[in-house]
Design a protein around this ligand. Sequence first.
Ligand code: NAD
Length: 463
Amino acid sequence: MGKDVATMPREATSRGSAEHAEDLNPFHIAQLQFDNAARYIPDLGPGLAEFLKLPSRMIQVEFPIETAEGEVRNYIGYRCVHNRARGPGKGGIRYHPDVTADEVRALASWMTWKCAVLDVPFGGAKGGVICNPKRRTKDDLKRITRRFIAELGDQIGPFTDVPAPDVNTNAETMAWIYDTYDMLHRGRNNLGVVTGKPVDMGGSLGRNEATSRGCLFCTQRALARGVVPGLHSVYGASVVVQGYGNAGAIAAELYAAEGARIIAVSDSQGGIVNTDGLDPTAVLNHKKKTGSVLGYQGCKEVSNEELLTIPCDILVPAALENVIRSDNAADIQAKLIAEAANGPTTPAADKILFERRIQVLPDILANAGGVTVSYFEWVQNNDYEQWEEDEVNLKMHVKMERATDAVIDKQTEINSSLDELNAQRKKNGRKGSPLVPVDLRMAAYVLAISRVAKVTLERGIWP
Ligand code: NAD
């Protein structure tokens, strides 16, 4: 029996190279973020808080595939629904050797808060399969996808839980998911069971670029609102991008198209630097040809750790979790961090960055363009419609600007009412240290948790 990677479930992950004093389990981080934010919501009772913090469902499936050579290989897959108070579960499916149950739980909960920040009528969900796509053929990946989706059965569906692409999955994977689900549920419109599909089979124009475009819109709005003193536009700004996949490579192209100078980029193998500016499309073509950004002409090569500490105006983490931590946050030399990735910054790093006045546009806001256009795709599918790309981008722009404004305004509101909030906590008999000024991540959490809590109580706890 072949094993792609260790297929035993692993409960904790510690992505990152060095020994860390910090707890890097992503679900522990997600819970800590929730607990910190909940302190700023005086009328959030402990029972409701616990319900909102924990996932409502976690499924683990174990399944085999038979390769073209006739070998049987086994895989473990997860699908977690964190919360469905505001609508069907929504979230990507990741293929990676380091996927863990707790990573999937964390990513699912971040989806709940992201959809709430953007005011998109979805809940939060996420999935993952422990596998190494680099070692598998396309046929194997198709078999893994089909069997995983068949194992999930009716746990996903157009009005219950709707997957999308994430790390190492793409429009082609989404087409296989749709086809598998449709084969098992014939005779009805199943297009809305998955988003991020190819455009000629129900995908939305603009979805492929949406995560990165949304990150750009959020950055532009935050800069125009004066979040970074002295930096009011991406035009002329120096930008470093970590990760050169869907989110990172397209972000580099879109920021460059707005006049930014892309001075360094990286992928899993390392980074390249040219302070005069890189041509992001030429780098992408080089990566497609050679498998890495390394070796691109006229550049200095750096390690992934070094890349993060290059002096720049804007740093865009677009790879995986826990890359900005307590052990390197003091070395970051960016003025603004725009989180295209999910969970790139740990709570300890957030504290250091806040003290150093480095602004962070948090993942649950900055990379929400993807789920926003996924929502538009779902609406188009259910209405048998196809919108023009300009219409999609315009609608997303409006939502990203509104959400960015809401988060910045929430931060101002909280930080200007700390005395009242502390007095209320005392009156309610709440324990713990006094509330202190919040960063944009905490403001986004407070906004999101309040919205989900409100809808939960409006619906009423069933039965
Ligand atoms: P992807 O698989 O297309 O790309 C990931 C990239 O990260 C690859 O270039 C890989 O080489 C690189 N990478 C991996 N480890 C690295 C390391 N240690 N240092 C530098 N680079 C490294 O995945 P993606 O869809 O672009 O997702 C990237 C991030 O964006 C994830 O956190 C994902 O959850 C988030 N995200 C993606 C979407 C989407 O629509 N695709 C939406 C929202 C958030």
